[in-house]
Design a protein. Structure first.
Length: 433
């Protein structure tokens, strides 16, 4: 039986999960690959901190990544240190040395994926990244290997468990955003600095990778419209429920009108939608293909063992091929189509909208607001007007028919200039998910 020697960069949460899975499932994985899997070396800056469930004394720990990257006997490098640098330099060095690489580094792929894939092609090695999107859900593999006979029409869903946990608690327990965020941090679901999650950038990183695989196109992160959940207020969650909706942070990529939409933002979806039922830290992604129709992928989008499971799915596929002499093929790496879809500007996107206008309770206010919307080709589906104490601004809640984003933004600017409008209008897009 051939031996496949693996080097691991980073013994953090996911790295420790990789070690645990090899301990508990090593025999089965070796049987599946018909090769002996050896974790030859693990590089980490902290070699003494205890990792729960792992006996550090039996591992070959080294303090310098170069001891992994320069070891000619190591055939596969698993990068789990995260961040852009030095992860980018380490992966480029491993690929240049003819080593296959597995990474869970979504931010790195979103920023430097084209460079890394080109390096892998040049040196005819494999680069696996299943764990970069949706944790343990085998989403990227399903798109790449299960749906090549389809033209993908849309990919959209919940890809950030932290935001989904916060919005679920706000909806189910009617709590304020700040209260739930503190609880999420206390439970380890949110970082001490949660900006990457709650501002939507983590979801944008994942959407960029998903769009690259599903639509064979290259998107710059700065061109993906990204809006987080910090502007979602408790009363918006309550209003959404009253209207028959739930609010979720969605990552959306759609082929429409000869172009590609790519956007991340809070979205109201019908309460009866399967996506609306996805609660807590779980992820769910819908994919629509012209031959398979609609598919839904659901599961844990993060966590030690789910993410480590996805890491091993790539590592085992590479190990099997190396052990049995199956070469890496450049065509297996993500590539841009001969005629990629151009990115549609956000201003041209059409959707329905939820509006919460804070207006003084005076005669004719609703008529003024509706008149501005009408002049911008925006029609209303329904209106709710909530009671407030005398003298306070009153929330006027509206749902619109589909409208163009550019027209909606112009209308909102005009509405917010009205003397009877007390504060900036809240706007949330509505999708028929």
């Amino acid at each position: 039986m051939n031996e496949i020697r693996i080097g691991l960069l980073g013994l953090g949460t996911v790295g420790a999960g990789v070690v645990k899975i090899l301990d508990t499932h090593g025999a089965e994985m070796q049987e599946r690959t018909d090769c002996r899997l050896t974790l030859a070396a693990i590089a980490d800056a902290d070699l003494v901190r205890e990792r729960e469930g792992i006996d550090l004394a039996r591992l070959h720990l080294v303090p310098d990544a170069r001891q992994v990257l320069d070891d000619p006997s190591i055939q596969i490098v698993i990068e789990l240190i995260g961040g852009l640098e030095p992860a980018r330099t380490f992966i480029l060095r491993a690929l240049a040395a003819g080593k296959h690489v597995v990474t869970a580094n979504k931010a790195l792929l979103a920023h430097h994926g084209a460079e890394l894939f080109e390096q892998a092609r040049r040196h005819r090695v494999m680069l696996g990244f299943e764990a970069a999107v949706a944790g343990g859900i085998p989403l990227l593999r399903a798109v790449r290997e299960g749906l090549p006979a389809n033209r993908i029409a849309s990919v959209f869903g919940i890809v950030n468990g932290t935001c989904n946990y916060i919005l679920s608690k706000m909806t189910d327990e009617r709590l304020d955003f700040s209260v739930v965020l503190k609880e999420a941090q206390a439970r380890g679901y949110a970082e001490a600095d949660p900006a990457l999650d709650i501002e939507g950038m983590d979801s944008a990183h994942k959407l960029q990778i998903l769009a690259m695989v599903a639509f064979r196109t290259s998107l710059d992160l700065k061109d993906i419209y990204t809006e987080g959940i910090t502007g979602v207020a408790h009363e918006d969650v309550v209003n959404a429920a009253e209207l028959g909706y739930r609010i979720k942070l969605l990552a959306i990529a759609k082929a429409s009108d000869g172009g590609l939409e790519a956007r991340v933002h809070p979205t109201m979806i019908p309460a009866q939608s399967p996506l609306a039922a996805v609660s807590g830290v779980y992820n769910a992604v819908f994919i629509s293909g012209d031959n398979v129709g609609n598919l839904m992928f659901y599961g844990r989008g993060a966590g030690q063992l789910p993410t480590a499971s996805a890491v091993w799915s790539d590592a085992l596929e590479i190990a099997r091929r190396v052990a049995h002499g199956i070469p890496a093929l450049p065509v297996e790496l993500p590539s841009v189509a001969k005629a990629p879809l151009p990115l549609r500007p956000m201003d041209e996107i059409r959707s329905a909208y939820y509006l919460r206008v804070m207006a003084l309770d005076r005669p004719g206010v609703l008529a003024q607001v509706a008149g501005i919307l009408g002049r911008h080709d925006i029609s209303l589906v329904s209106v709710l007007q909530k009671a407030r104490a005398e003298g306070e601004a009153v929330p006027v809640v509206m749902l619109t028919h589909d409208a163009r984003e550019r027209d909606m933004r112009a209308a909102l600017a005009a509405i917010d200039r009205l003397p009877v409008v007390a504060s900036r209008t809240t706007m949330i897009r509505v999708e028929p998910a």
